[in-house]
Design a protein around this ligand. Sequence first.
Ligand code: NDP
Length: 444
Amino acid sequence: MSYVDEVYERVVAKNPAEPEFHQAVKEFLESIRPVVDKHEEEYRKTALLERLTEPERQIRFRVPWVDDKGQVQVNTGYRVQFNSAIGPYKGGLRFHPSVYLGIIKFLGFEQIFKNSLTGLPIGGGKGGSDFDPKGKSDREVMAFCQSFMTELYRHIGADTDVPAGDIGVGGREIGFLYGQYKRITGLYEGVLTGKGLTYGGSLARTEATGYGLLYFTKELLKINGKDIKGMTAAVSGAGNVAIYAIQKAQQMGVKVLTCSDSTGWIYDPDGIDVATLQEVKEVHRARLTEYKAKRPNSVYHEGRGVWVTKTDLALPCATQNELTLDDAKTLVENGCIAVCEGANMPTTLDATEYLKSHGVIFGPAKAANAGGVATSALEMSQNSERLSWTFEEVDQKLQQIMINIVHNIDNAAREYGKEGDYAAGANIAGFLKVADAMQAQGIV
Ligand code: NDP
C-alpha cells in the first residue's frame, strides 16, 4: 500500500466518527500524492504525514454560564493547536450547535495550509464551542464568552496562539472575549484578531475574507483569459464572508442574484442590495424573510437551493458541504464557469471532482478565502508595532497577497503536472513550505 493510503487509513482508524476531518485529510493527501511519491523514503522515515495529521495539542473544556432565567447552562469548548512549524497557531473560533471535535479538527487542518499560502508566518489552529448565539441576549452571549475565555486564556497569547472569528463569532463576541482576556491577564496584547477599531483592530479586517475572495476570483479568471466584469454570481450565506463578497463583487461590476441563511434563500432579480442585507443581518440579526419584506421584487424560498440559479459564478460562503454533486450537475448544466469557495470545504468531494472534470474553474477554500487570516496577520503586525495602517494600505496588501496566491497555486499545479487543478496546486504549495519547516526543526 502506498504511504499516502496507509496514512489515510491510520487517520480514519485513530479518529473514528469524525467524517469532516477524514474528508479534509483525504482531499489533501490525494492531491499531494505526486510530491510524496518523489520523497517517499524521507517522509516515511520521519513519519512526516503522521505528524502532520496529528494535532500538536487538543484542548477540550467545560463552559458553564448562567442564562437570563437564572438557569445554569453547560457547553463544551475546544481549541485544537494543529501545527506551529511556520508560526504561532492562528485560526478562528466557531460558535455553532453543530461544533464537535471533528469539525474543529477539519478546520484546523485546512488552516495549516491556508496560512502557509498567505506567505505570512502563521501556524494552524482552530477552536470553538457548541454554543448557539442565535436568539441569545447580549448579556447571555457575554456571560458565555467570559466563561469560555476564563479557560482559554491560559492556552493562548500574542506569540503562541491568536484566535479570531468564524461562524457565530463576529465583532461582538471578539469584544467580550478580549475584555475577559485582558481582565484576567492584565495584558493589552494582540491575542485576538478581528478586534474593534477602538481597541487594536485593523481596518479592512471585517471585509477581508469576502473582498479577498473576489480579488482571488478576478485574478483566477484573468489567468484563464476571462474578465469578471459583467458576470453574474450566485452567493450562499448572509454572514460576514457573504456580505463583503457581494459588496466587492458589485464594485467589480458583477451582478449577485442570491444569498441565503440557515432557513432559506433570496433571489433578487435587481441584484442583492447590500445595505438592506446588512441591516437585516448585522443590525437586526433577523431572518431573510425581512429582506424580502424590504425588497418586494425579490423572492424568498424556504430551505436550501441557491445553486439552481443560472449564473456565471458560484461563490459558496455559508458552511461546509453545502454544494453537493446534484448542485454541481445543475451548475454545469446552467453554464457556470467558475466556483470559488468563500466558506471552508463547502463543496463535497464528489461535487469538486464533477466540477473539475467538466471544465469548471475551481478555486479551493484554502486559497480563495485566505484573505481573512492574511489580514488577521496584518492586524498582528500592527499590534506589535503599536501602529494602525489606513484602509487603503491594508486593502492594497490584501489584494497583492490574493494575487500572489493565485500565481503560487497555478505554478505549483503546473510543476507537478496538474495544470489547471488549483485545488491540487493549493495543497501542494501550502504543504511544501510547512513540510520543509517541519523537517528542518527535527522530530518535534
Ligand atoms: P457568519 O456566522 O457570519 O455567517 C454564516 C452564514 O452562513 C450565515 O448566513 C448562516 O445563516 C449561514 N449558515 C451557517 N451554518 C449554516 C448551515 N449549517 N446551513 C446553512 N446555512 C448556514 O460566518 P462567516 O461568514 O464568518 O463564515 C462563513 C464561512 O466562511 C464558514 O465556512 C467559515 O469557516 C468561513 N470563513 C470565514 C472567515 C472569516 O473571516 N469570517 C475566514 C475564512 C473562512 P444564519 O444567518 O441563519 O445564521
